[in-house]
Design a protein around this ligand. Structure first.
Ligand SMILES: [Zn+2]
Length: 78
């Protein structure tokens, strides 16, 4: 299991089981975040606990990804 928390500690996440290979995405958003991503579905193997907000691309009709972040410290969660 992997676990993580935001900077202020208000929100944390868990990923159950083997996370598999992590991805260093080179899109314009992920390069700015500087993250490594492990993928699964929220409320299946990935659970986010505590307050969180989301961002999806506004310039795409059907955005395929949603970025979750803490509304207090703005730390990216998943
Ligand atoms: Zn926070």
């Amino acid at each position: 299991m992997l676990t993580g928390t935001c900077h202020c500690g208000a929100t944390h996440w868990t990923l159950e089981g083997d996370p598999g290979p992590a991805t260093a995405c080179n899109c314009t958003l992920c390069v700015r975040y500087g993250t490594l991503w492990a993928y699964d579905y929220e409320n299946e193997r990935i659970r986010v606990h505590g307050p969180h907000a989301s961002y999806t691309r506004a310039d795409t009709a059907e955005p395929s990804l949603e970025i979750l972040f803490c509304p207090t410290c703005a730390c990216v969660l998943s």
